[in-house]
Structure formats: C-alpha cells, structure tokens
Ligand binder design. Structure first.
Ligand code: NDP
Length: 478
C-alpha cells in the first residue's frame, strides 16, 4: 500500500477534491471510479498529482495504508449506498469511509449506525464551494465520531479554504449526521440569500428604473461594505454580462425558471418537522417553485396589478433603502438557519458550537460573507443565544435598517413587485418583537371548535370554556 487517502467517484467534485488532496504535502491519493475511463482520463490529465489509480474496489483497498480512509464523491441516494456497500466489503474494522456528497442527514445517521456495527467508521461530511472550492479549498462540515475525526481532521484541515485569519474552514460539527445537517442548512441559507439578492435586483430595476449594468455597479459598491460576500460579488458579474448572440443583458435572455436539486426543500422539511419557523428560507424555496410553473404564471398574467404607479422622489435614497432591507432580511435568514441547527442539535443529541459553524462558513463556501465573523462573535459571547437577530450587534443593525425595510416592503406591495423574502422576514422580525400575538385568538378558536383548552395570562392552570353551553369556564388541570 502506498496511498494514505482515496477518492471514490471522479466526476467534477471527486476529481477536483482528489487533485486538491494530491497537491498537499504528505498525501498520496488513490482514485477509483465505477467507469474506469474516467479514472484514466483524470490520471492522464494530471501526472503531477502522482495518483494511484485502481480499476476495482479490491485494488483500491489494497493500495491504501491502514487505517484505510476513503472519500466518496458520487451521486447522493442509492449510488452512495451502493458504493458504501462495495467499500465495506473490502475494508476492515477501524477503516474510515467518508461520504462527501450531499446526503440526507437521516441517511447519514442510518449509514453511520450500520457501519459502526461492522466495526467501520463512517463520516458524513458536507462539502461546499462547488467545483472551484473542491479544487482550491472548500468549506467542510464533517460529522461522525471523535475517533474518526482524529484521523480525518488533519486531512480536511490541509485541503480546506482558509479564512482571513488563516484558520481552516473545517470543524468537527458533531456526531453522526450533524455534518450533513449543517451542510443542508448552509444550502437553505444560500437559497434565502440568493432570493433576497434577486428581490433587490428586481426592485432596483422595476421600481428604481436602473439598468442591469447600473445595478451591477450598485452591487459592486455594496460589496465594499457590510454586505461584502461571494454571492453579492458574483451577482454583479452576472448582471454585467452581455449576451454575445443578441447584445442584450445576459439576465434578459435567460429563462426565468429557477432550478433546484433538493437541499432547500430538505431544510424546510426538517424545520417543519422540528417546528422551527424558517420562513425566509421557505419563501426562497417557494419562490423558485412559483417561477418554474409556467402554466400557472401564464394564467396569472391576466390578474390585475396596482392602479397607480409608484413615483420615486429620490432614487439614491431608494437604493439605500433596498440595501438596508437586504441586510436586515439576510440577518433574519441566518438567524432562522442557526435556529434550526440549534433545535436539531437538541433533538438529535448533537453538541454543535454555532460559533465554530459561522467561522467555517467565512471562506470556501457559497454563503461566505464578511458578516459571518460577526455571527461567530455573537455566539462566542453567548453560546445560548436564543435568536441571533437579538444579539446586540444584529439587534442594532436591524434596528437601524427597519425604517428602510418597511419602506421597501410597502413600496414593493404598492408597485406590485413580489418581494416574499423581504416581506416574510420583516413579518418574522415584527412577530419576534410583539409583546402580544393574535395566537391568543387562535387558542380561543381551537378551544371553541375542538375543546383544545388554553392557559390564562393571570395564573397557572389549563382551562376550557363551555362554548356550546353557558360559556362558563372550567379548569381542566393544574
Ligand atoms: P454527480 O453527482 O454527477 O455523480 C457522478 C459520479 O457518481 C460519477 O463518478 C459516477 O460514476 C458516480 N456514480 C453514479 N451512480 C453510481 C453507482 N450506482 N455506483 C458507483 N458510482 C456511481 O457528481 P458531482 O461531482 O457533481 O457530485 C458528487 C457529489 O458531490 C454529489 O453527492 C453532489 O450532490 C455533491 N456536491 C456537488 C457539488 C457541485 O457543485 N456539483 C457541490 C457540493 C456537493 P460514473 O463515472 O461511472 O458514471
């Protein structure tokens, strides 16, 4: 055996991760793929990587030093299960199988359990940063046991992106499926971030009257301040792009139906199961859904819009309002994302340090942003923070932004421009702020039709009112 680490699955992500691993001092990388042509192509194209190619799993296992460590980068779902079984058949107790794909965290919990019974370590590791990140340094979110992490941690640290302060963007998230859970939420936040940026663009264009190239300049400007992030940066680049065929802005020739591969939906499904409101992320998933229902949109095009148009008095002031609305809504989306991580950690018994998660998202991944450093600070100051938005720094930021935020949401409504992300995050913010919610009335309705009982504001006990009788109140229990 000569390789200390192996990669199974050499499509774009696996090939780039293998090259990244091979470029690090001390690593020798074994590679294998279901169709061997892919392995040969990679090995021929990158002689500098000095790969150890294998054409079968047995050959692959034989090329690895013990404990054998292999990263799987194949399609999530049944393909991953198939590869795990093939590896388990040739690996021995103490060896480590890492799944770097976008697995459902519940699958990861199941697989970790199964492998543990066979004496193997199984680490579900979320990897973010797309193909570029895989090659040059991704953000890595590994779960699994402490024992496995002792071996895989240094390998991950060697290939991960580095934040400005030089820290590698990887941390041991927690046990079993926690890494894949956190990667899933990362993607959910990414959906929200993208939707909020898209709403900003739409408002600047349709209400502000700016052209795509001008909006690109606005984003470039925003990227120098507190919104500084990878997604804002690439948005500016996309808006600058001119279609070579028609000479029109690229954004105008792209079909306006957003695709999705499922991690946003999974995030919302998990949040629903956990009873955690993540409305900003949910709106982003639903907005993609609406965009990709052309028949509904065609029939909806008949519906009436506002009878008066919105005239802006000060365009620059509107641009600044949109920036503030974007910042505040983004804070809400991250607050909700961290809330679902916190709730899941309690539910599944994971010991997750939210501050460490914010830190590993500072570079390498799609949602990398300057303000993740602020999130890390907030959780370092108070690890039990119940809502990120209430941390002093973010309470102050949303407090300063809220007048702008309200103007943008009302302007969007008056202009008939959909801004579900902005609207729902503002409603969440106001819901958090409210000292009294109409939930009291809902309790009354529930007690009326279903005798679901209620509690009172002025003392303990559970009560029911005889709605169909004399409307007297009975105490049901303490
Ligand atoms: P794909 O998801 O397109 O998967 C292709 C790879 O899976 C090929 O190596 C293919 O082998 C292999 N494969 C498929 N079915 C089987 C099977 N039944 N048995 C064995 N091997 C099989 O590749 P990507 O590189 O895009 O992604 C890999 C993983 O990384 C996925 O889980 C993805 O969700 C995740 N990911 C992807 C990102 C991206 O930006 N693309 C970002 C982050 C994570 P063959 O060559 O023989 O067909």
């Amino acid at each position: 055996p000569e390789a200390n680490i192996g990669v199974v699955g050499l499509a774009v992500m696996g090939a780039n991760l293998a090259r990244n691993l091979a470029s690090r001092e001390g690593n020798r990388v074994a590679v294998v793929n279901r169709s061997p042509e892919r392995t040969r192509t990679l090995v021929d194209a990158h002689p500098e990587a000095n790969f150890v190619p294998a054409e079968s799993m047995a050959e692959f296992a034989a090329s690895l030093t013990r404990p054998r460590t292999a990263i799987i980068m194949v399609q999530a779902g049944s393909a991953t299960d198939a590869v795990i079984q093939e590896l388990a058949a040739v690996f021995e107790p103490g060896d480590i199988i890492i799944d770097g794909g976008n697995a459902q965290f519940t699958d990861t919990i199941r697989r970790e359990h199964e492998m543990r019974q066979r004496g193997l370590h199984f680490v579900g590791a979320g990897i973010s940063g797309g193909e570029e990140g895989a090659l040059n340094g991704p953000s890595i979110m590994p779960g699994g046991s402490d024992e496995a992490y002792a071996t895989v941690g240094p390998i991950f640290e060697s290939i991960a992106a580095r934040a400005d302060d030089g820290e590698p963007c990887v941390t041991h998230v927690g046990s079993d499926g926690s890494g894949h859970f956190v990667k899933m939420v990362h993607n959910g936040i990414e959906y929200a971030d993208m939707q909020l940026i898209a709403e900003s663009y739409d408002l600047l264009r349709r209400v502000g009257g700016l052209e795509p190239a001008e909006i690109a300049d606005v984003f470039a400007e925003w990227n120098t301040g507190e919104l500084d992030s990878y997604l804002i940066e690439i948005t500016g680049e996309v808006l600058k792009q001119i279609d070579t065929r028609t000479g029109r802005p690229f954004v105008d020739v792209v079909l306006d139906q957003a695709g999705q591969k499922g991690t946003g939906t999974w995030t919302v499904q998990s949040a629903l199961t956990l009873g955690t409101p993540i409305s900003g992320i949910a709106e982003a998933v639903f907005a993609r859904g609406l965009s990709s229902h052309p028949e509904q949109r065609l029939s909806g095009a008949r519906l009436a819009g506002p009878s008066t148009s919105v005239e802006l008095e000060d365009r620059d002031a509107f641009v600044e309002d949109v920036r503030q609305a974007l910042y505040a809504s983004k804070i809400v989306a991250y607050s909700q994302g961290f809330d679902v991580i916190r709730t899941a950690a309690r539910q599944y018994g994971w010991r997750i340090d939210p501050s460490a998660i914010a830190k590993i998202w500072r570079a390498g991944c799609i949602i990398q942003a300057r303000f993740l450093g602020r999130i890390a600070d907030a959780y370092r100051a108070d690890a039990d923070l119940v809502a990120l938005v209430t941390a002093p720094f973010f309470a102050d930021a949303t407090g300063r932004a809220q007048d702008s935020w309200r103007r943008v949401v009302s302007t969007a409504a008056l202009a008939g421009v959909p801004a579900p992300g902005f609207g729902s995050s503002l409603a969440y913010y106001d819901g958090l702020r409210a000292t009294r919610l109409p939930a009291a009335l809902i309790q009354g309705q529930r007690d009326y039709f279903g005798a679901h009982t209620y509690r009172r504001v002025d003392g303990p006990g559970v009560f029911h009112t005889e709605w169909s009788g004399d409307r007297s109140e009975t105490q049901i229990s303490e």
